[in-house]
Design a protein around this ligand. Structure first.
Ligand code: SF4
Length: 246
């Protein structure tokens, strides 16, 4: 895309600080069901699900964990079976050897250092083998204690298209988003972008014509904007949205 065209598109939609709340408001109205797609019943199951979700779909992870979580209920259970058995049990999620190694290392540390519980502190989560910033962010966000903003492939793509960041590196994108998105929305914001990415802003064929934020998006290909002008939500709506569990 020509540089002048990009600059013109950015001018047309206005500064990101003015657009961010209308973007959140409209996406929340469009995707009221935007929550995590992984299925889990405890912090341990959440942690394992997120670790398994690397390089595969949430649907695939749910298919595997439905049986996995009946068999492995405590951290010790993951250590009690032979390595090959756990590898076989998670094979369908792909990269099963690395994932098995990471899960076993994490379970060992949970048993030895955290009384078998998933720690609450973000820095402690980051110490667990195979747990990177994205996994730790998902875990704390699901507990309603977001310390940052989860950046996955959808969040990255939509943040760039919406002109919320010019970065490509997930850590730098997260830093930009944390400066821009009010903290009370850190839990829900990634889910809004993820569901909008899945349903409307497809990687290859974004459906800009029917996108509710097309007048706020510098990458829009819509001929005419369908969306209403940015409006302020009532203070009550903002409170309800920020309380919403992702
Ligand atoms: S207008 Fe198009 S590119 Fe922008 S967020 Fe919507 S679908 Fe994606």
């Amino acid at each position: 895309m020509a540089r002048s065209y990009v600059a013109e598109a950015r001018r047309r939609v206005g500064p990101k600080r003015r657009r961010i709340l209308p973007i959140i408001e409209r996406l929340a109205a469009e995707h009221p069901d935007a929550t995590i797609a992984l299925r889990f019943r405890s912090d341990l199951e959440l942690l394992v699900s997120v670790m398994l979700s690397a390089q595969t779909t949430d649907v695939n992870v749910n298919r595997v964990t439905e049986r996995l979580f009946e068999k492995y209920r405590r951290p010790e259970d993951y250590l009690a079976v032979p390595l090959e058995e756990l590898e076989n049990d998670i094979r369908a999620t792909g990269f099963f050897r690395q994932k098995t190694k990471a899960i076993r290392g994490t379970m060992r540390m949970l048993v030895e250092e955290f009384d078998g519980l998933v720690p609450h502190r973000f820095d402690d989560l980051l110490r667990l083998p195979g747990v990177a910033r994205k996994t730790a962010n998902v875990v704390v966000a699901e507990r309603g204690e977001a310390q940052g903003i989860v950046v996955d492939t959808h969040v990255r793509r939509l943040s760039q298209r919406l002109g919320l960041t010019r970065q490509d590196d997930p850590v730098k994108i997260e830093r930009d988003l944390m400066r821009l998105v009010p903290r009370r929305y850190w839990n829900v914001f990634p889910h809004l972008l993820i569901w909008h990415g899945r349903r409307v802003c497809d990687a290859r064929r974004p459906r800009c014509e029917v996108c509710v934020v097309n007048d706020l998006c510098p990458a829009s290909r819509a001929k005419a904007s369908l969306a209403m002008p940015p409006s302020e939500m009532s203070p009550r709506s903002h409170r309800e949205l920020s309380r919403k569990r992702p």
